[in-house]
Write a protein that binds this ligand. Sequence first.
Ligand code: AMP
Length: 132
Amino acid sequence: MPSIFTKIIKGDVPSYRIAEDNKHYAFLDINPSAEGHTLCIPKKEIDYIFDLEPSELSALNLFAQKVAKGMDEALQPIRTGIIVEGMEVPHAHIHLIPIYKETQRFSLGMQVEVSQNRMTELAKLISEKVIL
Ligand code: AMP
């Protein structure tokens, strides 16, 4: 049974697409901890991120770096934070979460309301700034 993220990569489940190369995909988290909260995943379905081959883990991080730079350019946060947890979806992923204020709490438990229109707008803004 493919993971929900594999279904997203295949286009069987919709997503707010940010960027894609032949081995990775980035899209907005539908339960964002902050506006622009993005997930970066390998197209290869593997549960635990540290079970990726070293070269695959490096490539995923380098992909996430390019996405984060695009987020910084598009959204102008203080910086973009990074979390790897993976307790909900068994498909390796990196959370990229913009930090807009020094007092902003930075955790996956925090959820902000973002309308569908704003999600579409955020995906467009970020995707235009990501250079792969
Ligand atoms: P975790 O596995 O705890 O690191 O987190 C999985 C993340 O995937 C959560 O933040 C969810 O909101 C997110 N998520 C689950 N399903 C979808 C989906 N269909 N589209 C975008 N994000 C999702």
